[in-house]
Design a protein around this ligand. Structure first.
Ligand SMILES: *Cc1c(COP(=O)(O)O)cnc(C)c1O
Length: 358
């Protein structure tokens, strides 16, 4: 099996197979989501996440089926009519489109794919959406810039899509009202589970909208997630096995140490960016250094894309394809806790030695 460097689904964290076997043996996949056993899994997973990500007590942790679901729920539950989106790639653009599809007056500040934003000011809106790590282009919004948005827009709710960066960034929860991720990227788990973290302000907003008789959706609402969450339960039958595995991996990452994990991520990113700097046939797609992602490194490989991918493939690495229009001209490299330093050193050597055929 090749080492999976696509950003998601990505390489499984190395403990997942063992936890999966144990979970099946313990009958986790067949327990009722109204049982005491499930409530214990719910509470132990949320506890581990709180510790790992340093989530303050005034934030709630809920489970959804995906991050895409959170996009929709966020618009439904946190806005009556307006949202503003910082768009620099396909994922941030999709969040914007969902708001439009739900008939909100969505606005956006758009820069070229992979580009950096300037003005942190939005016109007054109910919700501001920031994609911390744009998985399609490898651009990451500096945390100081998120703080800037917060400072300049104190009346707006701020939501951060951190799907392809967590658990790496040391987030300051005072700088936003909600953050979310799904588990098949940085957490190295099988797909099919989203995590939505919200503060009291978000709950009040959903209550206010519901109180006015506005629809806040039907499948999952912030209020049903909250009512069930108080009992360590979920409104619908959730991905019990996924919640269980997330708790196991969060505990494993805690044991390894979040600081160690962050240092290793920085180290691996610098090894890879150095290799790209030394290889004239592949450049980082994001040129602004401060905005280059540590967790999803995107290389512009132009006409050498297929040959470089094949070279890596022969040596056991499956690079991620470019996203959308960049399918044939970019390669993407996930730098997650599941990827080891040794793998990244080897990857850098392979990139350095690459020469086109002929
Ligand atoms: C993958 C991704 C999503 C969508 O996640 P799903 O779990 O597929 O719904 C959203 N935002 C970003 C930044 C992503 O990378």
């Amino acid at each position: 099996m090749k080492i999976q460097l696509a950003p998601g689904p990505s390489e499984l964290y190395f403990t997942v197979a063992g936890h999966l076997r144990q979970g099946l043996k313990d009958g986790i996949a067949s327990i009722s989501h109204r049982s005491r056993a499930f409530e214990e899994i719910f509470s132990s997973t949320t506890r581990a996440l709180r510790e790992l990500l340093d989530i303050p007590a005034n934030f709630h942790v809920f489970f959804t089926s995906s991050a895409t679901e959170v996009w929709e729920r966020a618009i439904e539950n946190l806005t009556e009519s307006t949202s503003h989106h910082f768009v620099n790639g396909a994922f941030s653009q999709r969040f914007y489109e969902i708001s439009r599809q739900l008939q909100r007056a969505a606005t956006k500040q758009e820069v070229a794919p992979g580009g950096a934003f300037e003005e942190a000011v939005a016109t007054p809106v109910e919700l501001i959406a920031i994609t911390h790590n744009e998985t399609s282009t490898g651009v990451s919004v500096p945390l100081a810039w998120i703080a800037e948005v917060r400072k300049k827009n104190p009346d707006s709710l701020v939501i951060v899509d951190a799907v392809s960066s967590l658990p790496y960034p040391a987030l300051d929860f005072n700088q936003f009202d909600s953050v979310f991720f799904s588990v098949q990227k940085g957490f190295g788990l099988p797909a099919g589970l989203g995590v939505w973290i919200v503060n009291e302000r978000c709950l009040r907003k959903a209550e206010m909208l519901a109180g006015k008789g506005r629809s806040i959706g039907s499948y999952h609402t912030l209020l049903t997630l909250y009512e069930n969450g108080k009992k360590n339960q979920t409104p619908s039958t959730p991905n019990v096995l996924g919640i269980y595995l997330l708790g196991c991996v969060a505990n494993d990452l805690l044991a390894r140490g979040i600081e160690t994990l962050r240092r290793e991520t920085d180290y691996k990113a610098s090894v890879l960016y150095q290799a790209l700097a030394a290889q004239p046939l592949a450049q980082p797609f994001v040129t602004e250094k401060k905005w280059q992602s540590k967790t999803v490194v995107v290389a512009h490989t132009g006409p050498h894309t297929a040959a470089l991918a094949a070279h890596l493939e022969r040596h056991g690495f499956a690079a991620g394809e470019g996203y959308g229009q960049h399918k044939k001209s970019h390669l993407r490299f996930a730098n997650f806790p599941a990827h080891s330093k040794e793998q990244y050193e080897r990857l850098a050597d392979l990139i350095a030695e690459f020469r086109p055929a002929g």
